[in-house]
Design a binder for this molecule. Structure first.
Ligand code: TYD
Length: 212
């Protein structure tokens, strides 16, 4: 069940190298053009607030215990919801976030092996509003592709951060957890086969019917 804010919440997800960053800015501009009366807010996780951006630096660089990592991801998220996401949704804005809680299930859960029950508890803690109803994206666009294809794309681009240095098996587990979440909540997820060309993917995004 999702909460009925006057705004609309979209998250972009996928393993590193899936190509979501290529499209997210343009998608925000597209929604802004289509809905000139709505403000579109672009944000990201971990990050999105001054505190969250400081936590991001630590999370992407510093080695730490798996549970510390998960707790800091959710701490950054708590701040992000309080400062940015919830006020924007209450004000009727469209929020587009580069990653949200599905990434914690995929990376800390699937990738690193933190138990799903702990992740469920953290999700409830941070996102539960009333009567067990969770603050969740209205739409999650998942860029899905095999870990090997993503790895080949990543190696062309830039120096890897802590997560991007992980091996192929790690990213395959991350991918499988994303797919499990997508299967569990098919209404929320829009799955994109990210092995397609950029142009084909952009056409899919342009064709998405969104009831904002
Ligand atoms: P990413 O979104 O890929 O940004 P960039 O394109 O600048 O590299 O990087 C964020 C990294 O953080 C990514 O590797 C996934 C990881 N992450 C988690 O492990 N758990 C989370 O809950 C979130 C939000 C991100």
């Amino acid at each position: 069940m999702s909460l009925n804010y006057p705004g609309y919440f979209v998250s972009f997800e996928g393993i590193d190298g899936a190509g979501k960053s290529t499209h997210i800015e343009a998608f925000g501009k597209l929604l802004q053009e289509r809905h000139p009366n709505r403000e579109v807010v672009m944000t990201r996780e971990p990050g999105g607030t001054p505190l969250g951006e400081q936590l991001r630096k630590l999370l992407l660089d510093a080695p730490m215990h798996l549970e510390t990592e998960a707790l800091l991801m959710f701490a950054a998220r708590r701040e992000h919801i309080a400062q940015v996401i919830e006020p924007a949704l209450q004000a009727g804005k469209v929020v587009i976030s580069d990653r949200f809680t599905d990434a914690s299930f995929a990376y800390q859960g699937g990738g690193r092996g933190l138990s799903l029950s702990k992740l469920n508890e953290l999700e409830l803690w941070v996102q539960e509003r009333k009567n067990g109803v969770l603050l969740q994206p209205d739409l999650t666009i998942l860029f899905d592709l095999p870990g090997s294809v993503a790895e080949a794309r990543r190696s062309k681009v830039r120096a890897p951060d802590k997560f991007e240095q992980m091996d192929l098996e790690f990213f395959e587990r991350v991918r499988q957890e994303y797919l499990r979440r997508a299967k569990e909540d098919q209404q929320r997820f829009y799955l994109i086969d990210a092995t397609q060309t950029q142009e084909a993917i952009w056409n899919l995004l342009k064709g998405l019917e969104i009831n904002i």
